[in-house]
Design a protein around this ligand. Sequence first.
Ligand SMILES: Cc1cc2nc3c(=O)[nH]c(=O)nc-3n(C[C@H](O)[C@H](O)[C@H](O)COP(=O)(O)OP(=O)(O)OC[C@H]3O[C@@H](n4cnc5c(N)ncnc54)[C@H](O)[C@@H]3O)c2cc1C
Length: 291
Amino acid sequence: MKQENKNLVTNYSSAKYSWLKSGGKISHLYKIHKQNNLINLFNDNEIREKSLLVIGNLSNTLIKDEGFNGIGIKLGGDFTTVQIKTDHMLVGAAVLDNYLSKFCYQNAISGYEFLYTIPGTVGGNIFMNAGCYNQEIKDKLISVIFFDINDNKVYEKSINELKFDYRVGFQKKNTIILYGKFKITHGYQKNIKNLMLEYDNIRNQTQPQKVNCCGSIFKNPINYSAWKLIKSSIDDSFYEGPIKLSKIHSNFFENEANISANSIVSFISNIQKKVKDKHKILLERELRIID
Ligand SMILES: Cc1cc2nc3c(=O)[nH]c(=O)nc-3n(C[C@H](O)[C@H](O)[C@H](O)COP(=O)(O)OP(=O)(O)OC[C@H]3O[C@@H](n4cnc5c(N)ncnc54)[C@H](O)[C@@H]3O)c2cc1C
């Protein structure tokens, strides 16, 4: 890299910061606090031509052991704020879900209770179209503001122009999601809080807690539950060992910290194969695997 940049971290350990506590290194990770920093960075042709990886809270990402050799971007600073405007909320892509949910509660804004239980960032949510309890981020979004590294420009696209689907959000190549504009619907704080606690309760009872995991491994195929397909396809050995399926929820795995990311990838492929052999259904991964 040509210029010295105090916001550049070389050999950034994804294992240290990811929810799985596993994963290879990012060769060059830039911490971006302001829109201008982004424009200056991608003015450099050498940087623009390299592969791009944006990371949020690494709650749905596993980087293979070989690591990611390219430009990593992690947003902070201006992108960690929530601003209430007359008819929408402007939310930075680096805002944590749990923070946004609590912010909405404090401001008597309803509809964001489900985010209380998701451990990602708003950028990750918009990329994934994250959701739970019959709600998805697309239902709340008005528009996405993003940076296009090829044009070195910021654009805004209305949700009506975008094709979000089940766990497929804004996935345009060579772009960085900067902000989401979100709907505002007012509600009673008491009701909002009750719903947040109810969702949290359901989650505590139905999913593993305080373990290294990535949430659901696979998407649910239409008319099927991934966990049921998995449970009916595998033997007990999948519930034991340093990477194992959760006994509470078979579409979750738990792993020991610093275990090889590639061994997690093999574990997941094995499950996929078992389900394919038994049910003739190819499960599609929800977890993003980067190589
Ligand atoms: C315990 C647990 C429970 C979970 N429960 C749910 C759930 O109920 N529902 C659900 O949908 N998900 C769930 N997840 C998965 C995960 O939290 C979501 O997918 C979340 O939206 C990912 O956000 P993140 O910031 O961690 O993204 P990351 O894992 O950092 O990134 C995910 C993808 O988004 C891209 N990305 C992130 N930020 C940006 C950006 N600013 N611009 C462009 N691309 C970006 C990354 O490149 C990557 O491809 C769960 C995960 C865990 C660990």
